[in-house]
Ligand binder design. Structure first.
Ligand SMILES: [Zn+2]
Length: 185
């Protein structure tokens, strides 16, 4: 999923997300054991989200890294198509939500977990800024339904900032631009 996200970003913008790696170049992925059981978190419904944030805030309180989480347990969120979410300094995926299970983990085109991860990561980095000309007022763009940051995440063939005018490489003075983030190389 991470490799696919970066391959897509490379094709779209000639950039990639910096991923924490060990000395041999393998991506470092932590497994976090939660305080509560999966069954108990399933009962929690939407409160699952607040619990995850608490656990992540504790686990990564001293970390300078941007943390992206993937929750693999069953969920009972109000929205069955709620596949990802940004909260505070974390962005995450709900891999087992009913309406999301069909997403492929990778794929140059087709909306998959790789694109959803980037969508949430971009929210975490401040997209879509309020000064974006095509912002919809709710952190998404509304100029192209194919845009990765459209509220539906770009659909079948997601594209990065269509027209390069809202959040990536837009060149608007005084308006945050993700292309300048240290997270990309
Ligand atoms: Zn979004």
């Amino acid at each position: 999923m991470l490799a696919s996200a970066n391959a897509w970003l490379q094709d779209e913008a000639g950039r990639q997300v910096r991923i924490r790696r060990d000395a041999s170049g393998v991506a470092l992925i932590d497994t976090l054991a939660l305080d509560r059981s999966e069954a108990s978190l399933l009962m929690a419904g939407d409160d699952l989200v607040a619990h995850l944030v608490d656990e992540l805030e504790t686990a990564y309180a001293d970390s300078p890294d941007v943390v992206v989480f993937a929750y693999i347990g069953r969920v009972a969120l109000r929205s069955r198509t709620h596949c990802g979410r940004r909260l505070g300094r974390h962005a995450g995926l709900f891999l087992a939500n009913e309406g999301c299970r069909g997403h492929p983990f990778a794929g140059h085109d087709r909306q998959g977990w790789d694109k959803i991860l980037l969508h949430e990561l971009f929210h975490l980095l401040g997209a879509v800024p309020a000064c974006a000309p095509n912002g919809d007022g709710a952190r998404h763009v509304d100029d192209s339904p194919s845009d990765l940051m459209h509220r539906h995440g770009g659909g079948a063939v997601p594209r990065l900032d269509v027209g390069r005018d809202d959040y990536f490489g837009h060149g608007i003075e005084g308006c945050p631009d993700l292309a300048g983030s240290d997270l990309f190389y």
